[in-house]
Design a binder for this molecule. Structure first.
Ligand code: SAM
Ligand code: SF4
Length: 357
């Protein structure tokens, strides 16, 4: 599906590699998989807990949370990030669960911002705690925020998130704006028949406020998210609806770039949109990211069925080189791509909130 050439032996950085030979950390300080993709982007989940119950992410009842001692401490996250940075990772995104449920997240942001080589720290949040934390986060070095906002109608917002927090989320978005965080991106997961009639309203918002609207296709993750292909609103349809609303074309700004979203702007420059088309147009061939779950498992792909237990290494006294080598080995084994909509697809057991979206 993604047309990459992988699992071949080759020379890289002067080091001979084969698919069965993980690179020695001391020999090569780069994260590259067997398909030639360079990984420079790390998503760190700081908690699996959440105060929302978005219907595409987790069931309404019955979620069980990790015990506190299972979570990586801020010290452990910082140590791991130093190792990732020494391997070429430059960009971090903190996520969850709801990352702002973790106490004093800004102290972690400050620690991470001081690591040499880390150029950019971003946060994905549901916005509930932003009003009180935006200034601290910004002062600590947070550069960019994505807030999930699936509807501009409070009743639909409640239906999707199963929580009555629409006004509070807006206060959070405005607080981040006042704190000078730029850009602010609003993440919208479109669900057929639920919020897809709001594409035009989001298009108008993007043209009147300094928010980048990112439409994310609904993905099948976890065993109980109610996913079916007919609920996915494909990017092509969203682009057509926006163009119809604003009466002009959207022009590509960045396609297949460093972020999962393809970026488009209105022809007159007023309003930017991002499209994450994981289902209709997978971007696996230029994927540059890996993830650490809040309990310290490294996942080379959102859809991985395998994980590497970095927490066990950390807590069993492993040195930097051993951890770096485990990371390189996991990245080397990164799968070519996910198989959503294909017969071989197997969903990960964990929900998006348990992995870190
Ligand atoms: N709680 C924070 C939030 O909602 O922004 C951060 C974690 S949440 C898991 C990260 C992102 O994943 C959100 O933008 C959410 O909309 C998205 N997401 C969750 N489940 C999804 C699914 N099944 N398909 C597509 N996106 C999903
Ligand atoms: Fe919570 Fe984010 Fe999942 Fe919604 S998408 S339930 S806010 S983790």
């Amino acid at each position: 599906m993604v047309g990459l050439k992988g699992n071949q032996s080759g020379i890289d950085g002067g080091v001979e590699m084969t698919s069965s030979t993980p690179i020695s950390a001391s020999m090569q300080r780069i994260l590259k998989d067997s398909f030639g993709r360079v990984i420079n982007n790390l998503r760190i989940s700081v908690t699996d807990r959440c105060n929302f119950r978005c219907r595409y992410c987790m069931p309404e009842q019955g979620m069980t949370w990790l015990a506190k001692k299972e979570l990586l401490t801020y010290e452990e996250i910082t140590r791991l990030t130093r190792i990732f940075s020494s391997l070429g990772v430059k960009k971090l995104r903190l996520t969850g669960g709801e990352p702002l449920m973790r106490k004093d997240l800004h102290t972690l942001v400050g620690e991470l911002a001081s690591i040499g080589g880390i150029e950019d720290i971003a946060l994905t949040t549901n916005g509930y705690f932003l009003a009180e934390q935006a200034v601290h986060l910004s002062r600590a070095g947070l550069r960019r925020i994505n807030v999930s906002l699936d509807s501009l109608d409070a009743a639909v917002f409640n239906e999707v998130t199963r929580r009555d927090y629409y006004d509070r989320v807006w206060k959070g978005i405005e607080a981040a704006e006042s704190a000078g965080v730029r850009p602010i991106k609003l993440n919208v997961v479109l669900l057929r028949g639920v919020n897809d009639r709001e594409i035009a309203a989001f298009a108008r918002l993007a043209r009147t406020k300094p928010y980048i609207i990112r439409f994310i296709e609904f993905m099948p993750i976890g065993s109980d998210d109610g996913w079916s292909a007919d609920q996915v609103v494909p990017t092509k349809e969203v682009i057509a609806a926006i163009e119809h609303e604003i009466g002009m074309r959207l022009v590509p700004v960045e396609m297949h770039g460093a972020q999962p979203a393809d970026r488009y702007a209105a022809e007159d420059g007023l309003g930017e949109f991002g499209f994450i088309s994981s289902v209709s147009e997978p971007f696996c061939d230029h994927c540059n990211r890996v993830r650490i779950t809040s309990d310290g498992k490294l996942r080379a792909c959102l859809f991985s069925l395998e994980e590497t237990d970095l927490k066990a290494l950390l807590r069993n006294g492993a040195g930097e080189d051993a951890i770096a080598e485990a990371i390189q080995k996991t990245v080397w084994g990164k799968q070519e791509g996910h198989l959503i909509n294909q017969p071989g697809f197997i969903r990960p057991e964990r929900t998006m909130s348990q992995i870190g979206g």
